[in-house]
Design a protein around this ligand. Structure first.
Ligand code: NAD
Ligand code: GLY
Length: 349
C-alpha cells in the first residue's frame, strides 16, 4: 500500500531590492528589529524614525563573527516568544552580514518560518549577504554549517549607512564586488577598473550592478545546485586562510581577495586566464588596499583543509576557476599537481 503526498507546487518567493534612501515602512504587525551594539549606537535612532509597526521591539546582540552562534539565535527567539510573536510577525535585520544571516535564520525557524526584511549596513552585506536567502550561524565545526535557505520579503539598501563604515570593512565589501565582476561580468569589471568607489554616485551604481549580478545568479539557481556555487570564487582558498589564521588576522573579504589571486594562479596554470588578466584583478584589489599575498607554511595541510569545504566531497575538491574575466567554471577536475604548484609558490612568498 502506498499513500502519496502531492507537494508539487509553484511557490512565488520573488522580492524587490530597493537601492535608495530608506523609505518609511509601515508594518501592520508585530516587528522586531535585530541589530548589534555598534550599529544600534550609530544608526538605530534614525531607523526608528523610518519604521512604524503595531508593536515594535529591538533585539540588540553583541557585535562580531564570534557571536554568530546558537546563543545569539536563542536570544532572538526568546524575545519573540516573550513578546508573543505570531506567524504574521516580521523581523528586520539591521546590520552587516552577521546580523542578516542570523536574523534570517531565526526567522526561518520561528514557528516554522516567519517573514523578514533585510536592511544591510555594510558594503559586503549590501552587495552580497542580504541578497539570495542564505541564512545561518557558525558552530564549533565551522562557519555557516547550520542554516537554511529563507528568502527575505524585501531588501532595502541605503548607501547612506556606509558613510560610517570603517575603511577596512568597506574594502572587504569591494572584494565581493570584484568577485561578482570577474566571474560574471567583464563590462562591470572594466567599469570598476576606471572608477572610484569613494564617489557616492559611482558607489550607488556599483552596488546596483553587483546586486543585479547576484540577483540574476540566484534567480537561475536559488539553492546552489549549480551556477550559484561560482559566487564562492576565492572562498575555497579564503576559508582555509581564515581558518589557519583563526579568524583573527583577516576580514572575510580580505581572505577572499587573497583566495581570488590564488584561484587566478590556478586558472593561469590551466591556460584559462592570461597572466595579464590575473595581474589586472590583483591590481584592482590592491587599489582598495586588499591583501593579495599570504605565506603558506605547509602546502600539504593547506590542501587537506580543502576537504572541509561545503562544496567538497570525500574524494574530490570543487574549485571555482575563472575563465578570463567575466566567465567561470565550477570543477572538481583540477589536477593536484597544479594546485600544489600554486600553493608551493605562495609558500615561497
Ligand atoms: P559584520 O556583519 O561583522 O559587520 C562588520 C563590522 O561592521 C561589524 O563590527 C559591524 O558592527 C560593523 N558595522 C556594520 N554596519 C556598520 C555601519 N554602517 N557603520 C559602522 N560600522 C558598521 O560583517 P560583514 O562583512 O557585513 O558580513 C560578514 C558575514 O556575512 C559573515 O558572517 C559571512 O558568513 C556572511 N555572508 C553571508 C552571505 C550570504 O549570502 N548570506 C554572503 C557573504 C557573507
Ligand atoms: N555569497 C555566496 C552566495 O550567496 O551564494
Amino acid at each position: 500500500m502506498q499513500v502519496n503526498i502531492a507537494l508539487k507546487k509553484v511557490v512565488d518567493n520573488s522580492y524587490d531590492i530597493t537601492i535608495n534612501t530608506l523609505p518609511t515602512l509601515h508594518l501592520d504587525t508585530k516587528v522586531a528589529i535585530v541589530t548589534n551594539e555598534t550599529v544600534s549606537a550609530i544608526h538605530l535612532e534614525y531607523l526608528l524614525t523610518k519604521v512604524s509597526a503595531k508593536e515594535l521591539h529591538v533585539v540588540t546582540l553583541k557585535d562580531g563573527e564570534k557571536y554568530k552562534n546558537q546563543e545569539s539565535i536563542d536570544t532572538i527567539l526568546e524575545s519573540l516568544f516573550e513578546n508573543r510573536f505570531n506567524r504574521k510577525s516580521i523581523l528586520i535585520a539591521f546590520g552587516g552580514g552577521v546580523i542578516g544571516d542570523m536574523t534570517g535564520f531565526a526567522a526561518s525557524i520561528y514557528q516554522r518560518g516567519i517573514d523578514f526584511i533585510q536592511i544591510p549596513t555594510t558594503l559586503l552585506s549590501q552587495v552580497d549577504a542580504s541578497v539570495g536567502g542564505k541564512t545561518g550561524m557558525n558552530n564549533k565545526y565551522g562557519k555557516n554549517l547550520v542554516g537554511a535557505f529563507h528568502q527575505p520579503k524585501a531588501v532595502y539598501i541605503d548607501p547612506y549607512f556606509l558613510t560610517t563604515l570603517p575603511s577596512r570593512e568597506f574594502s572587504a565589501g569591494v572584494a565581493e564586488i570584484v568577485k561578482m565582476a570577474v566571474t560574471f561580468n567583464k563590462d562591470f569589471f572594466e567599469f570598476l577598473e576606471c572608477s572610484d568607489l569613494n564617489n557616492p554616485e559611482v558607489l550607488q551604481e556599483v552596488i546596483k550592478q553587483a546586486v543585479s549580478t547576484k540577483a540574476d545568479v540566484v534567480t537561475k539557481d536559488e539553492k546552489e545546485h549549480g551556477i550559484r556555487a561560482a559566487l564562492n570564487y576565492g572562498h575555497t582558498f579564503g576559508h582555509v586562510i581564515e581558518n589557519e589564521t583563526k579568524y583573527k588576522k583577516y576580514l572575510h573579504g580580505e581572505a577572499v581577495a587573497i583566495g581570488m589571486v590564488m584561484a587566478n594562479d590556478v586558472a593561469v596554470k590551466m591556460n584559462l586566464m592570461s597572466e595579464k588578466e590575473a595581474a589586472r584583478v590583483k591590481a584592482l584589489l590592491e587599489k582598495y588596499n586588499l591583501p593579495t599575498s599570504y605565506k603558506i607554511e605547509n602546502s600539504r595541510s593547506f590542501y587537506e583543509a580543502f576537504f572541509l569545504d561545503k562544496k567538497s566531497s570525500d574524494s574530490a575538491i570543487t574549485f571555482i576557476i575563472p575563465i578570463g574575466i567575466g566567465n567561470v567554471t565550477i570543477t572538481d577536475k583540477v589536477d593536484i599537481g597544479t594546485i600544489m604548484c600554486v600553493l608551493n609558490k605562495f609558500g615561497e612568498s
